[in-house]
Design a protein around this ligand. Structure first.
Ligand code: GUN
Length: 293
């Protein structure tokens, strides 16, 4: 039986509607409008596309956007000064700096400079550290991994005791996705470019998250019948043209998996929805801090 196709657009629309309703309620109660600052360096096409979709989603949810576009040659010091300004700006509740940064900039220092309370990407080392530790909770969870988990939850996946395989160990997706699965008591294997016999490891997975950036790498015989397959990849299809494909060979894998996300229309829209949710949370944390002050 072909897999259920998990509708990322529908899940994202539900989250966005919840955020929009909560923003309306805040504003009706006289609380400040949530604000999100996005810093983009250079004019890489993927970053520009993300900026546009994030801006539109903020507008639809009633969240103010404070976007800063800088040349790729921006010095480290100027970038850190900008982050300090945004940290101090009370209209800005969340700050994201689009990654990867242009060559020559120190990502670790920039991410650590973002105020913990405004770190809506969840990439600050303290937030990631808390995510990795038993019994600790980060203030914010990275958006794409949170979107993967939301899709699995909406699809009714069981985490406790499930075998989960994450393909890819990036700081943005693979690693935090693995930590989130572990937090939910899955038995987690993280695979990467040096892993031996990827197909055999993937075939053990009740839940498979593919985040490696290799077009259609995961084939039907890599997938356990009935598995949940979450495809984070967004790649240009081999052979030229503008068609986008994921890391999973969708047409063949959908004949084996129990549930699968398409590309586009899967995880991507959830990333933006989770960013809006995190920004709302940041505004709520600022309210609580102001009341406690
Ligand atoms: N680059 C790719 N995905 C992301 C993301 O979620 N946040 C940031 N800051 N950069 C990214």
């Amino acid at each position: 039986m072909p897999a259920r196709i998990l509708d990322g657009l529908a899940s994202a629309a539900r989250v966005q509607a919840q955020v929009a309703a909560a923003v309306d309620a805040r504003r009706a109660a006289g609380r400040p409008q949530p604000g999100l600052a996005m810093v983009v360096l250079g004019d890489e096409a993927g970053s520009q596309a993300y900026l546009r979709s994030k801006r539109a989603a903020c507008a639809a949810a009633g969240i103010a956007s404070f976007d800063v576009e800088l040349p790729a040659a921006t010095p480290q010091r100027a970038l850190e000064e900008l982050v300090a300004q945004l940290n101090a700006d009370p209209r800005v509740h969340g700050i994201i700096v689009q990654l990867p940064l242009p060559a020559g900039l120190d990502e670790e220092r920039v991410l650590a400079a973002i105020s913990l309370e405004k770190d809506v990407d969840g990439f600050h080392p303290v937030n990631i550290g808390r995510l990795a530790m038993k019994g600790r909770q980060p203030l914010f969870v990275p958006c794409t991994p949170a979107g993967c988990l939301a899709l699995l939850e909406d699809a009714g996946a069981t985490f406790r005791g499930a075998r989960a395989v994450v393909l890819g160990r990036s700081n943005i997706v693979g690693l935090p996705a693995a930590l989130l699965l572990l937090q939910r008591d899955a038995t987690v294997t993280v695979c990467h470019s040096r892993s031996a016999d990827l197909p055999a490891i993937c075939r053990t997975a009740d839940i498979l998250i593919a985040a490696v950036g290799r077009p259609e790498m995961v084939k039907a015989d890599w997938v356990k019948p009935g598995a949940y397959v979450i495809d984070v990849g967004v790649n240009l299809a081999p052979g030229g043209g503008e068609r986008l494909v994921g890391d999973v060979a969708f047409d063949e894998v959908k004949e084996v998996a129990g549930a699968i996300t398409p590309v586009p229309g899967g995880v991507g829209s959830l990333t933006v929805a989770m960013l809006l949710r995190n920004t709302l949370r940041a505004a709520e944390l600022a309210d609580a801090a102001a009341q406690g002050a």
